[in-house]
Design a protein around this ligand. Structure first.
Ligand SMILES: NC(=O)c1ccc[n+]([C@@H]2O[C@H](COP(=O)([O-])OP(=O)(O)OC[C@H]3O[C@@H](n4cnc5c(N)ncnc54)[C@H](OP(=O)(O)O)[C@@H]3O)[C@@H](O)[C@H]2O)c1
Length: 262
């Protein structure tokens, strides 16, 4: 399958590119700067440009069977509208190219969902705190979802993680309801990318899906939270172990470099 990835230099987008190529898909990555493309592969084509520029996006999606929107606003600027602007441009590009069967897969989030009635005080307080800090990001995601839902021709899948963690692949869980069944279950970037590649291989028409690395709907809660803590601990440990490496890199100016994929 031919896939176009927007946000291919980001934490999740990079993993989508890597796993999609490993699954023998052909990938076109739309990136700001070709020199920042993390991989080299015969199955990877780079288009330099901006996800908000219609002509750039048309160039990137013209051969695509599916487009993955893994855009994000690094630094979480309060004025962010990255995901909705990228989604709008992709929809315009597909319409103007008459590519109405091209699938669109978008990462948003389920953090903005109001806790259901009867939720614990802890959950409601956490929700209020999240809204206070991330209201603009949730609004951006909600608008991107609205844009997709408003176009009845487009076959989309919206993946809605709660919290993204940089731990390695652990085995994601897809939930067919819009949000994970238990609150605050994170997913790693690689698991989210694996979920996206799974959706490419097993199309799910016009759906929002909650995703997490943790738990099954019927797992006992202590097992779920044991895994949450194990994942968080793995991340803390990695950060502590890798901090000196990052420090040396920043001093000597070493970059990430490109990795050769098959
Ligand atoms: N962090 C969390 O806990 C969390 C939870 C739920 C959902 N999410 C959502 O998950 C999504 C993916 O997050 P992530 O951390 O993987 O993303 P990320 O690392 O921040 O990467 C964002 C990517 O988007 C690209 N980008 C942004 N604007 C662009 C533009 N105009 N044209 C071309 N490329 C552009 C960036 O490229 P440059 O670097 O070149 O700008 C980068 O490759 C985001 O929408 C985020 O809000 C995050």
């Amino acid at each position: 399958m031919k896939i176009t990835v927007l946000g291919a230099t980001g934490e999740t987008g990079r993993e989508v590119v890597r796993l999609a190529i490993a699954a023998e898909h052909t990938v076109t990555a739309l990136v700001h700067d070709a020199a920042k493309a993390p991989f080299h592969s015969q199955r990877l084509f780079i288009v330099e440009g901006d996800a908000f520029n219609l002509e750039d996006v048309k160039k990137a999606v013209k051969d695509a069977d599916a487009v993955v929107i893994a855009l994000g606003a690094r630094g979480n600027s309060p004025s962010t509208s990255t995901v909705q602007r990228g989604t709008k441009t992709v929809l315009e590009a597909l319409k103007s190219l008459q590519k109405l069967t091209c699938r669109v897969i978008v990462i948003t989030s389920s953090n903005g969902d109001k806790p259901p009635a009867g939720s614990s005080i802890f959950r409601r307080l956490l929700y209020a705190a999240q809204l206070f800090v991330l209201d603009h990001a949730f609004a951006d995601h909600a608008e991107a979802e609205r844009l997709l839902e408003a176009e009845d021709w487009v076959q989309y899948t919206i993946l809605r993680p709660l919290r993204l963690l940089p731990a390695p692949q652990t085995g994601f869980i897809l939930h067919s309801s819009p949000a994970p069944p238990s609150p605050y279950l994170p997913i790693t970037h690689t698991d989210l990318a694996a979920a996206i590649v799974d959706v490419l291989d097993h199309p799910k028409p016009r759906q929002s899906i909650g995703v997490s690395s943790i738990s099954t709907p019927h797992a006992p809660f202590w097992k779920t939270y044991k895994r949450v803590f194990a994942l968080i601990w793995e991340n803390v440990k990695n950060k502590i172990l890798l901090a000196p490496v990052h420090f040396v890199k920043s001093v000597v100016g070493g970059g990430g470099g490109q990795v050769q994929l098959t």
